[in-house]
Design a protein around this ligand. Structure first.
Ligand code: ADP
Ligand code: MG
Length: 463
């Protein structure tokens, strides 16, 4: 019928607009490399803020002793204790506790929130095994993973730029979050020092490096997306501090904010951005992270329903609700292997209240998921190639096979298999056979918690 033909042509047109041929991905990787240079040259020099983390010492694997970590980045926070045994023994043991933050504390006072966190930490410290208590005069040390925008002022201090993710506590903004935590710790007499303040990408990089010294970058693909990597300190013109002994400095790219005229933006992406909480910002993130992939699929389906009566002569009302189709649901439709696409049928029915879909229609839905996921995964691969280029690790020089490992973490990478496989295949294709042999993408499971503890160890005051 005419309507069917129209639906297919909307799909086809969308597919073409989303195309990411290898040539375009190379242009994007080049653009990423250029923006990285610009962001390192001057503050505000690029859409990529290329934040200096003050982490100039990544774990070597020799770290020993008992360290704590605190991971605050959403509605839950975690406290961890890690017993490190050096090269021979690695991580001897680790314990953690997860605590959910009472909603009223997320919008209350700074003191209220940090007092709560300090109390939870103190309770956790009580379970420290006998024989592991620090000798008199020695402080316990903590790595603090704080995944909100922070202007770092040293390895263990930084002022909060703004809250996100449902937090809104005015009197913390502009304050040093380590100072806030320390005040609360002192109030209850818990003698603990924050040795490192980091975000989740840097935690993941540190966690990856502990196990594998070839780890040079970390990428988070979860609700949002970001990357961090190890830069040569002399390649950071905007750094006016002392040259670190290691010669290295970890950079938090904030790559979710990357944008380029080469990005394959469609009308759906433009509308999604315009109607978002942060229009014009985080354009790269909006093309490839878990918060948005399902929403892009919903928008394309809505267009087919409105303009081609894809689901019959009325537009299913649920399809008009923003963010109703979540990325995990998109993923389970995309991975449906039943001959009649039963999973697709039940997702459409349960989430969008669309029943009686034909196999032909379900196939189109799967096709749509594939277009959106592949575009996102291929763009992520281009981003990684950009980092490798910046470091001169995208080619094999003089037959020297220097290994480069990228630590990846986040729910999207972990659970969306087709996304992950597409990312890995695309990166191989971009690198070519010879260079691909030297680059490894490694899943760093929950590197960020343990990574913070490791950074506390490598930035210990007792070294
Ligand atoms: P965060 O990024 O908030 O720290 P995670 O790393 O756990 O948290 O990632 C959560 C995100 O991962 C979710 O927002 C979702 O988009 C994505 N995700 C989780 N499970 C799946 C799944 N089964 N398939 C696809 N994406 C998933
Ligand atoms: Mg996370």
């Amino acid at each position: 019928s005419r309507k069917w033909t129209r639906s297919v042509s909307i799909l086809k047109e969308f597919g073409e607009k989303c195309e990411t041929p290898i040539g375009k991905l190379r242009q994007l990787a080049d653009a990423m490399d250029v923006e990285m240079h610009a962001g390192l040259a001057s503050e505000g020099g690029s859409k990529l803020s290329m934040l200096i983390s003050y982490v100039d010492n990544l774990p070597t694997g020799d770290e020993e002793g008992l360290y704590y970590a605190l991971d605050l980045g959403g509605t839950n926070f975690r406290v961890l204790r890690v017993h490190l045994g050096g090269k021979e023994k690695g991580v001897i043991s680790q314990e953690f506790d997860e605590v959910s933050i009472p909603p009223q504390l997320m919008t209350g006072s700074s003191e209220g929130l940090f007092d709560f966190i300090a109390a939870a930490l103190a309770k956790f410290v009580e379970s420290e095994p006998e024989g592991f208590h620090p000798p008199p005069g020695r402080q316990r040390e903590l790595g603090f993973t704080f995944s909100f925008p922070v202007k770092q002022t040293s390895i263990a201090s930084g002022t909060l730029i703004k809250w996100t993710k449902g937090f809104s506590i005015d009197d913390t903004v502009g304050e040093d979050v380590v100072g806030e935590l320390t005040k609360s710790l002192e109030k209850i007499g818990l003698d603990m020092r924050v040795a490192a303040l980091v975000n989740d990408t840097i935690g993941t990089l540190a966690g990856g490096r502990f196990y594998n010294q070839d780890v040079i970058a970390a990428v988070i693909l979860g609700t949002g997306t970001n990357a961090a990597y190890v830069e040569h300190a002399h390649a950071i013109p905007k750094w006016h501090g002392l040259m670190p002994k290691s010669g290295d400095m970890v950079i938090n790219m904030e790559w979710g904010n990357f944008r380029s005229s080469h990005l394959p933006l469609t009308e759906y992406d433009q509308d999604l951005d315009a109607e978002s909480l942060n229009p014009g910002e985080q354009i790269f993130e909006k093309l490839l992270s878990g918060m948005y992939l399902g929403e892009i699929v919903r928008r394309a389906l809505l267009k087919m329903a409105e303009e081609a009566e894809f689901f019959g002569d009325t537009v299913p009302p649920k399809l008009k609700i923003p963010f109703i189709l979540r990325t995990p649901d998109m993923s389970s439709m995309h991975h449906d292997t039943t001959p009649d696409l039963k999973e697709v049928g039940s997702k459409l029915r349960d989430i969008l209240e669309i029943s009686n879909t034909s196999l032909k229609m379900r196939k189109i839905v799967v096709e749509l998921c594939d277009i959106v996921a592949s575009r996102g995964a291929r763009l992520a691969a281009a981003g990684i190639l950009g980092i490798l280029k910046k470091l001169g690790r995208d080619t094999v020089k003089g037959g020297e096979k220097q290994k480069s490992v990228i630590a990846l973490d986040g729910g999207l990478f972990e659970h969306y298999t087709k996304f992950r496989v597409c990312l890995e295949d695309t990166l191989k294709e971009l690198l070519g056979d010879e260079a691909a042999e030297t680059v490894v993408v490694e899943h760093a499971n929950d590197g960020s918690g343990i990574g913070a503890a490791l950074l506390a160890a490598s930035h210990s005051q007792y070294l």
